[in-house]
Ligand binder design. Structure first.
Ligand SMILES: [Zn+2]
Length: 253
C-alpha cells in the first residue's frame, strides 16, 4: 500500500491538540506517527506536550528509528517510537499510528479486563474486540514484542498498566479509533456501574459484519466471539456483572 498523507505535519499537530484537550494524555505523554511514501516516518518528539507542538518539532526517522532530519536539535524522538516501528513492520496497510493513555480505556487495561463485549454498533464495526497486550517495560523491546500478535489481527490494542495504541490507513483514522475506543470504554464502564451489560445478539453482529464487508472498511478487527453464541449469554461471576448476555508544514516527501 502507498502511504500518501497530504499534510502530515499539520495533521499530527491537530491530533496532538485533540489528544491533550480530551484528556487522553497528561504532561508529555503520547506519541503520533505517519509513514511516508518513501518509507520514512514522521513522529512526535519526547519531552514536549503534544497539545502544544509546532511544525519544527516533528522529526523524520528512517524505518529503524534513526533520526534523518533534525530541524531543531533540541528535539528527539520518544523511545516509544519502537512501538510504531513494530506496527509498520507488521502491517503494510497502516500509514498512521497513535499512542495515548485515555483514562477509562487505560483503566480497563489496568484492571485486566479486555474490551471484548459487543455493546455498540460503531465499535463493533470499527474496533471489534480490543485485547490487552502483556505489560512491558517502557523504552525496552518488551512492548514491541508484546503487541506483535495483537496488532497483526486488530487496529486497536490496550497495553497492560500503560495505555492504548490505534492504527489506521491514515493517521486521522488511527486517531478516530482512539476516540471510539475511549468512548466505548466510558459507556461500558457506566453500564457496569448501572449493573447490567446487555450485548448485541450474535445475529445482529453477523449483520454488522456484512455491512463492514459491503462498506469495504479498511483495516483488521478481531472478532473471536462472534461465532460462539454462548459468549453472549454466559454469566461472568468473576466480575460481578450480570450479563444478558494552520501553518502548512512540509509534506511527507
Ligand atoms: Zn505511553
Amino acid at each position: 500500500m502507498i502511504c500518501n498523507e497530504s499534510d502530515p505535519v499539520q495533521t499530527i499537530l491537530e491530533i496532538g491538540r485533540r489528544l491533550w484537550q480530551r484528556g487522553y494524555i497528561a504532561a508529555n505523554d503520547g506519541n503520533i506517527s505517519v509513514r511516508c511514501e518513501d518509507g520514512t516516518l514522521l513522529t512526535t518528539p519526547t519531552g514536549v506536550s503534544k497539545g502544544f507542538m509546532t511544525p519544527e518539532m516533528i522529526l523524520r526517522v528512517d524505518p529503524d528509528g534513526r533520526v534523518l532530519l533534525t530541524p531543531d536539535s533540541r528535539y528527539r524522538p520518544s523511545s516509544e517510537v519502537r512501538m510504531h516501528i513494530e506496527v509498520y513492520r507488521q502491517r503494510e496497510d497502516v500509514c498512521g499510528v497513535v499512542h495515548a493513555h485515555p483514562p477509562v480505556a487505560t483503566a480497563f487495561a489496568v484492571a485486566g479486563i479486555p474490551l471484548d463485549r459487543h455493546i455498540l454498533p460503531e465499535a463493533v464495526l470499527t474496533l471489534g474486540v480490543v485485547r490487552i497486550a502483556p505489560y512491558g517495560t517502557p523504552s525496552t523491546p518488551e512492548i514491541p514484542l508484546a503487541i506483535r500478535p495483537f496488532l497483526r489481527k486488530s487496529d486497536a490494542v490496550l497495553l497492560a498498566n500503560h495505555g492504548a495504541l490505534t492504527l489506521g490507513a491514515d493517521v486521522m483514522t488511527a486517531y478516530h479509533r482512539m476516540e471510539t475506543l475511549e468512548h466505548t470504554a466510558r459507556i461500558l464502564h457506566k453500564a457496569m456501574q448501572i449493573g447490567r451489560v446487555q450485548e448485541i445478539p450474535p445475529e445482529e453482529i453477523a449483520k454488522l459484519m456484512e455491512i463492514r464487508k459491503q462498506l469495504n472498511i479498511p483495516g483488521r478487527i478481531d472478532m473471536p466471539g462472534r461465532m460462539n453464541p454462548d459468549r453472549f449469554t454466559a454469566e461472568r461471576p468473576e466480575s460481578g456483572i450480570r450479563d444478558a448476555t494552520s501553518d502548512a508544514g512540509p509534506n511527507c516527501l
